[in-house]
Design a protein around this ligand. Structure first.
Ligand code: FES
Ligand code: FES
Length: 190
């Protein structure tokens, strides 16, 4: 629906989900620190949004990036987790205008050249899902977790992932998948 008045519209300019191939080196070492400094090339998407538009609605409805899910809309479940300048963020708790000028990475942006991100591969190999509704948010939180904590214990994974809820209760396999991805990203055996 068109906004009622143009004076309530903001021009939002977001770099989204298209991380440069250089970020995906042989070890999948992704230096998200560079993203915040604008050294990573990404597609810039520009759109007009109302100030009240949540980031998750902007991604899903205006950019048609529907891999980011809405579970609760109240910052409880983590299904809407994306990376904003490399940090995990629940996109139902942010306005789109707050991401203006940021680099936003959604689940669609993890795969590169037909290669899944190691976290995605680990989720598949371990079967860390049942219905899959929580999975995009789980994976985005896992990626952020492994950037900050590359060698987490199972207890650390459980604690650091507490903002993501799986209604199917696949937590043990999610923890196992994150541990497996950590080994792959460190160059260890699969
Ligand atoms: S939809 Fe955002 S935390 Fe649940
Ligand atoms: S796999 Fe169904 S909610 Fe997590």
């Amino acid at each position: 629906m068109a906004p009622a008045t143009t004076d309530r519209i903001r021009d939002v300019n977001i770099r989204y989900h298209d991380l440069a191939a250089a970020d995906y080196d042989a070890k999948w070492g992704i230096d998200y620190g560079e993203v915040g400094q604008g050294q990573v090339l990404g597609k810039v998407r520009k759109a007009l949004v109302e100030p009240r538009t949540l980031l998750v609605h902007f991604l899903r409805e205006q950019l048609l990036l529907t891999g980011t899910h809405i579970g609760c809309d109240t910052s409880q479940c983590g299904a809407c987790t994306v990376l904003v300048d490399g940090r995990s963020a629940k996109s139902c708790t942010m306005f789109a205008v707050q991401a203006d000028g940021s680099t936003v990475t959604t689940i669609e942006g993890l795969e590169k050249g037909g290669r899944l991100h190691p976290v995605q591969e680990a989720f598949l190999e371990v079967g860390a899902l049942q219905c899959g509704y929580c999975t995009p948010g789980m994976i985005m939180s896992s990626v952020a977790l492994l950037v900050k904590t590359p060698d987490p214990t199972a207890d650390e994974i459980s604690r650091l992932m507490e903002g993501n809820v799986c209604r199917c209760g696949t937590y043990p396999r999610i923890v196992a998948a994150i541990g497996k991805a950590a080994k792959v990203m460190k160059g260890g055996a699969k």
